[in-house]
Structures are given as structure tokens and as C-alpha cells.
Design a protein around this ligand. Sequence first.
Ligand SMILES: CC(C)(COP(=O)(O)OP(=O)(O)OC[C@H]1O[C@@H](n2cnc3c(N)ncnc32)[C@H](O)[C@@H]1OP(=O)(O)O)[C@@H](O)C(=O)NCCC(=O)NCCS
Length: 174
Amino acid sequence: MARSEATIRPAVHADLKAVADIYAHYVRHTVTTFDETPRPVAGWEQRLDDLTALGLPFLVADESGTVTGFAYAAPWRPRPAYLGTVEDTVYVAPDATGRGLGSALLGQLITATAEAGKRRMIAVIADSGSDASAALHRRFGFTDVGLLTAVGHKHGRWIDTLLMQRALPASKAA
Ligand SMILES: CC(C)(COP(=O)(O)OP(=O)(O)OC[C@H]1O[C@@H](n2cnc3c(N)ncnc32)[C@H](O)[C@@H]1OP(=O)(O)O)[C@@H](O)C(=O)NCCC(=O)NCCS
């Protein structure tokens, strides 16, 4: 399929029904997320508001008015010493994968997170067999830093998580 002509832009509340629908697919049908119950739109509104209050980006891919993917950076750990470290999340609608949206989202998320003054980005990739996610992150310079074995249990099997990390470019704001 053709490469995407999506606009990557900050999310607004009106986008969050589409965000919830995309995430619900992966909750129900995959082990990509360890959530087992889809998050209601109100939960996404809270997440967007919380990240905005922290100065962290929450982006969507907008294709002619349809939200086909999203990405955000969230605090890695609550303790203050971890202030410079975030975990990224990237999801693309199942019928929109493989045409560059994940790359467009992650590329702009890295830029926006660096501009927010953050120094390190961590990816927690459930199921080391999740090739698309690992490939996406490797493409953006993430390296493997550890494999947690059998730390999750979903859909009747034990699941590893692969930890990947990259430095963020220094920002004037840092
Ligand atoms: C991971 C995900 C975001 C990728 O989105 P996408 O729009 O398909 O990504 P792109 O089209 O930009 O492709 C990114 C890279 O992944 C590779 N890739 C895509 N699908 C793949 C697959 N099934 N197997 C192996 N590699 C794959 C592409 O080849 C590309 O690498 P390249 O440019 O070096 O060739 C999408 O599959 C998704 O939403 N998965 C579920 C959620 C998830 O795992 N999120 C990441 C963890 S937070």
C-alpha cells in the first residue's frame, strides 16, 4: 500500500474515541498490551490531560480527518530522579499498519519529547516476537537493554517483555 500522507499533530479530546477504539482492538486480540479491558474514553481524556500537564506529547496520525494512530510519552517511574526518562507508546489502527504511520508517529514523538527536555526514552515491548514493534524501534536507534522473561500472562500463555532504550537529542529546553 502507498506510504501515508498523514498529518501528525497533538491530540485533542475529540480524537479520543478513535484512540480508544484502536487501543481496544489490541487489548482484545493481542498480547501487545497487558491490559485486558479496553480503556473508556474518559480514561483517555484523563491520560491526555495528565500528560499535557506534565508537558509531555500525545500525538495522533490524522488522515483526512480520520485518526489512524497515536503515540505518547509518559513518565517511566514516578520518583523525581526519573524525571528525564519516559516510556513511549505507539499504536496504529490494524487496517492502517505497514505504510509508515508508526514511523511518522515515533519520529515526531522523539522530537517533541526531546523538546520537552527529556533525556531517555524506553520502549517496553510485550512478547519479543512482536516483530513490527521491535523493528520500528530499532529503526529509530533504540537498542535492546534487557529481556524480562515470562512476566506477563494473557490469552493463556506466559509472555516476555523486551526493554529497549535510546538517548534523546539534547534540547535547548533541557
Ligand atoms: C508497531 C506498530 C506501531 C508499527 O506501525 P506501522 O505503521 O505498521 O509501522 P511502519 O509502517 O512505520 O513500519 C515500521 C517498521 O516496522 C517494520 N514492520 C512493520 N510491520 C512488520 C511486521 N509485521 N514484521 C516485521 N517488521 C515489520 C517495517 O518494515 C518498518 O521498518 P523499515 O522501515 O525499516 O522497513 C503497529 O504494528 C502497531 O500498532 N502494533 C501494535 C502496538 C505496538 O506493538 N506498539 C509498539 C509498542 S508500544
